[in-house]
Write a protein that binds this ligand. Structure first.
Ligand code: SAM
Length: 294
């Protein structure tokens, strides 16, 4: 098969369709066959799998996915790429091309409908400008997803994998680690893309936990506390939570909860583990309803 994962083939397709790359859609097409093979291998795609690909571009990774998977659904926002995809994927009968904005799709309903409720795998070279909303949207939708294997900006991959105390530890690290085990499986330099991005990239695999590592009484409150503590990184946890517009706990309530955790009142949010945020949330959730602003 004439795989697209070679620079001259990608250039030929772009020229044939007189296609101009859209920066606003984060279009950086993969042109390295080794990287493509590695992604498919790390995603552990087999003929038993239903794969959702976000942003197929001209269909480069989609070809590899069609070869390896049972079924593929490829969701692309750019309508100008749709005729190109129909051409480059014409020899496959196990792919559906969908012209949609992934952020507007009801991903849980979509995944359930496509694979009769069985878990799907998500594999993508993501548009970097919306990495966080895509990842959080996939998790928060509670869609039946077994794993997410994606190319992202290197720093973002590192943030997802970070542990407490490091400078990149934040709300994204905690949210990702609540839902999944992250593992960076490859670093990818800019010359593997056309056009070259001006940042380094990495492939990260997020394997969904069967059971979450912590079970807060009120998951939504735990995430509000997490966001509030990292919105004001330089402040102590007590001040960060006191000043947060989406929370209305009194200083006394917050101080009592921090003390109950066994932490000094000067502690910062970045020192807390996921388990500690869950306990903090449980300490405060009893004091919630009247105090919570919606
Ligand atoms: N998969 C291709 C590859 O590896 O060569 C292209 C990857 S490129 C980094 C990101 C792709 O996501 C582009 O095709 C872009 O048009 C598409 N995209 C951007 N925003 C999107 C959105 N909101 N929903 C669906 N696709 C989107």
């Amino acid at each position: 098969m004439a795989y697209l994962g070679e620079p001259h083939r990608t250039v030929a397709v772009l020229q044939k369709y007189n296609f101009h790359v859209q920066k606003k859609y984060g279009q950086n097409f993969l042109i390295d066959a080794h990287v493509l093979e590695r992604i498919i291998e790390e995603a552990d795609v087999t003929k038993d799998d239903f794969v959702i690909e976000i942003g197929p571009g001209i269909g480069t990774m989609t070809q590899y996915l069609c070869e390896a998977a049972g079924q593929v659904a490829a969701v692309e926002i750019d309508k100008n790429l749709i005729p190109i995809l129909h051409d480059t994927l014409s020899s496959y009968d196990n792919v559906e091309i969908i012209n949609e904005d992934i952020l507007k799709l009801d991903i849980a309903a979509f995944a359930r409908e496509k694979n009769s409720g069985r878990p799907v795998k998500v594999v993508a070279n993501l548009p970097y400008y919306i990495t966080t909303p895509i990842i959080m949207g996939l998790f928060e939708s509670h869609a039946p997803i077994e794993s997410i294997t994606v190319m992202v900006q290197k720093e973002v991959a590192e943030r997802m994998q970070c542990k407490p105390g490091s400078k990149d530890y934040g709300a994204l690290s905690l949210a990702v680690q609540y839902y999944a085990s992250p593992k960076i499986v490859a670093n990818v330099p800019p010359n593997c893309f056309l056009p070259r991005p001006n940042v380094g990239s990495a492939v990260i695999r997020l394997t969904r936990h069967e059971e979450p590592p912590v079970r807060p009484e009120d998951e939504a409150l735990m995430f509000r506390l997490i966001r509030a503590s990292f919105n004001q990184r330089r402040k102590t946890l007590v001040n960060g939570l006191k000043n947060a517009s989406e929370l209305t706990f009194s200083r006394e309530q917050i101080e009592a909860a921090v003390t109950a955790l066994g932490k000094p009142l000067t502690v910062r949010g970045e020192a807390l583990t996921l388990a500690e945020f869950a306990r903090l949330s449980d300490c405060l959730s009893g004091q919630q309803p009247a105090a919570l602003k919606r």
